[in-house]
Design a protein around this ligand. Structure first.
Ligand SMILES: Nc1ncnc2c1ncn2[C@@H]1O[C@H](COP(=O)(O)OP(=O)(O)OP(=O)(O)O)[C@@H](O)[C@H]1O
Ligand SMILES: [Mg+2]
Length: 232
């Protein structure tokens, strides 16, 4: 019985959280490189909040947000990751927690912030899931209630990471980028088109986002069958 349970929990370990599952792998090393580069980008100006976005859907925003949270936490930082993709939230799946209540519950005043921020299995990583999907995500993200939440969490955590929807699809990430200290754009190898990226950057510049870098995701090296992450 004991062995059976043990086996199940091993199988259930989340492959998307590679920075936790295989901290010595080359992919985890790439996440640490991204972490270092973010820290270099914040020498003159402390980055306490980072938004992760991409031009188009499916580039790897949520995977990148979650793994970045893990590598920053591995440095001893208390990290809060917020699922501000109120249209297609997935962080609760990645961290394997319920999403009955979350950010939208606090914004709609049905829960207190302290009630919905949950610790994860990753030491020092806390998660605020999206909560129920609302009909008006952009209005919620631009609300005074959201500003209040932002100002509160920014003082309680060393770093706050926001996962967001794609820039070209909806205005949500432009709204969030406006109050975050830094924005990271995930570019999917052989998927993101140059024009999409250009338009996405234009929209972010329009909302006065501070773009601190791009992550090239899903790049295959010719003589390996692994996926590698780069940062520039
Ligand atoms: N480098 C990678 N190697 C292998 N699989 C990856 C990689 N990055 C992302 N994926 C997979 O690709 C899919 C999309 O990734 P993810 O959910 O992180 O993208 P997203 O940009 O958040 O998507 P959405 O726009 O739908 O929110 C997931 O199944 C994820 O596990
Ligand atoms: Mg996502």
């Amino acid at each position: 019985m004991f062995n059976k349970q043990k086996k199940k929990s091993t199988v259930n370990r989340n492959k998307k959280l590679i920075a936790s599952l295989s901290p010595k792998s080359p992919i985890s090393e790439q996440y640490r490189t991204i972490r270092t580069n973010i820290q270099f980008a914040s020498i003159d100006y402390e980055i306490q909040s980072i938004m992760v976005t991409s031009a188009e859907p499916g580039a790897g925003k949520s995977t990148t947000s979650a793994n970045l949270a893990v590598v920053f936490a591995q440095q001893g930082k208390r990290v809060l990751i917020i699922d501000s993709d109120l249209r297609k939230p997935t962080l609760h799946h990645i961290f394997k927690v319920h999403n009955n209540d979350g950010l939208t519950s606090v914004l709609m005043k049905s829960k207190q912030l302290e009630e919905v921020i949950v610790p994860t299995n990753e030491p020092n990583v806390f998660l605020l899931t999206s909560g129920p999907i609302p009909p008006n995500p952009a209005e919620l993200l631009i609300s005074k209630a959201m500003k209040f939440i932002y100002n509160k969490v920014i003082h309680e955590y060393d770093l706050v990471i926001f996962d967001t929807p794609p820039i070209l699809a909806v205005t949500d990430s432009q709204i969030v980028s406006h109050y975050c200290d830094g924005t990271i754009i995930v570019v999917a190898s052989e998927q993101t088109k140059k024009e999409q990226l250009k338009k996405g950057i234009e929209l972010l510049n329009f909302s006065k986002a501070r773009i601190v870098g791009t992550v090239l995701n899903n790049k295959k090296l010719s003589n390996h069958d692994n996926h590698y992450y780069y940062y520039s």
